[in-house]
Write a protein that binds this ligand. Structure first.
Ligand code: KG4
Ligand code: ZN
Length: 347
């Protein structure tokens, strides 16, 4: 086939998503449908994603998302040329739900199937709407991940470094929890930081004294807890201003660390003689305007194009999975009915 119509499924965390893409090897894909069902409301009372609740919700919603996506695209499943599904890494229950659903569809309709690494999906997301040739540098920053990847091709990645403990999104969420702000914390902390003073409280810049691109964010979380408690003891509580200043200080530290490590990752590519087409970001934390601006500044300083996909492709979604899987399918890769869910699956 010259053009491939790909159905993609994503269910590795707390978003159930189905997408239909029309792909031809020469152009950006055409996104015919993207239907995503978040689970925020289901987990709201628990202060985090509850795996059992997530798995059940995925199992219930996957079929609906698929049929909605087909309706939006105006297609029957017979018009699909291949099925791509997140096979890991992620919460095992959700990944299994997705893989089972994809297998059922593949068998029922007699279509080829391919399992996609969720991180590869994020890494390839800049190409959904933009012409971003390989190789490019990807900074993936989400609630579960933080790493630098040189993206050489659909299944060729070099990891330059990443977090040795928490992911930035996790740190934002924890910060929100410590300050009694709602979840998910990232947007709340960003909003509060707008009116805050970023230098009133001193936050550490972990691992900047060490060479390389590895990062650490658990110390920021601890610093926030300590500063919060000290401020509360001193003043008998937290004012709105205290909260804003804490958020601003935390976010400034996060920006500094990500910016400096990105500078080093770009330098490392230059050292290795890799001519990058761009610096790209993906993952939910890439929604943060201060972080985006900091990274954009780093890219500009090194004369590198900066690409940030629209938010709907930055956060977990099935379009990136359909796209990554479509590239593999067009390359002749197939998985059988023995495709298994891999909760841990490094790139
Ligand atoms: O990529 P994503 O939707 O899910 C995965 O983790 O895979 O990312 C969600 C994370 C959450 O931790 C959320 O707090 C964070 O991204 N986030 C933000 C912002 N919007 C979402 N963090 C900082 N600033 C934001 N504006
Ligand atoms: Zn993700």
């Amino acid at each position: 086939t010259q053009t491939w119509t790909i159905l993609g499924l994503e269910s590795s965390c707390d978003d159930t998503s189905a997408a239909i893409l029309r792909m031809d090897p020469r152009n950006c894909p055409e996104i015919l449908a993207l239907v995503t069902e978040g689970q925020e409301a289901l987990h709201a009372d628990f202060g985090g994603v509850v795996p059992e609740i997530a798995a059940r919700a995925h199992a219930e919603k996957l079929d609906l998302c698929v049929s909605d996506a087909l309706t939006v695209a105006g297609l029957g499943v017979d018009a699909v040329d291949g099925i791509a599904v997140t096979a890991g890494p992620g919460l095992i229950g959700g990944v299994i739900s997705g893989v089972m659903c994809a297998k059922g569809l593949a068998i029922g309709a007699g279509k080829p199937l391919v399992g996609v690494n969720h991180l590869a999906g994020h890494a390839l997301s800049p190409q959904l709407e933009d012409n971003v040739p390989f190789p490019y540098l990807m900074l993936l920053v989400s609630g579960g991940h933080c790493q630098f990847l040189i993206v050489h091709g659909p299944d060729r990645f070099t990891r330059l470094g990443g977090t040795i403990d928490d992911a930035p999104g996790e740190a934002f969420d924890k910060t929100a929890r410590l300050l009694a702000l709602p979840q998910p914390g990232g947007p709340q902390v960003e909003e509060a930081a707008k009116s805050g003073d970023p230098v009133r409280f001193a936050f550490p810049r972990p691992l900047l004294d060490r060479p390389g691109c590895d990062m650490s964010f658990s110390g920021l979380k601890t610093a926030l807890l300590r500063t919060r408690d000290a401020t509360m003891t001193e003043r008998g509580g937290l004012t709105r201003t205290d909260r804003a200043d804490l958020c601003a200080g935390f976010q400034a530290a996060m920006c500094d660390v990500l910016a400096e490590k990105t500078r080093r990752a770009l330098a490392e590519c230059t050292k290795r003689g890799i001519a990058l087409s761009a610096l790209a970001v993906a993952g939910g934390v890439a929604a943060n305007k201060s972080i985006r601006a900091a990274l954009e500044g780093v890219a500009a300083k090194s004369d590198t194009r900066f690409v940030a996909p629209p938010l709907r492709y930055c956060t977990d979604n099935a379009a990136m999975i359909a796209y990554a899987g479509g590239l593999l399918l067009m390359d002749g890769q197939r998985d059988g009915m023995d495709l298994s869910a891999r909760p841990r699956w490094p790139l």
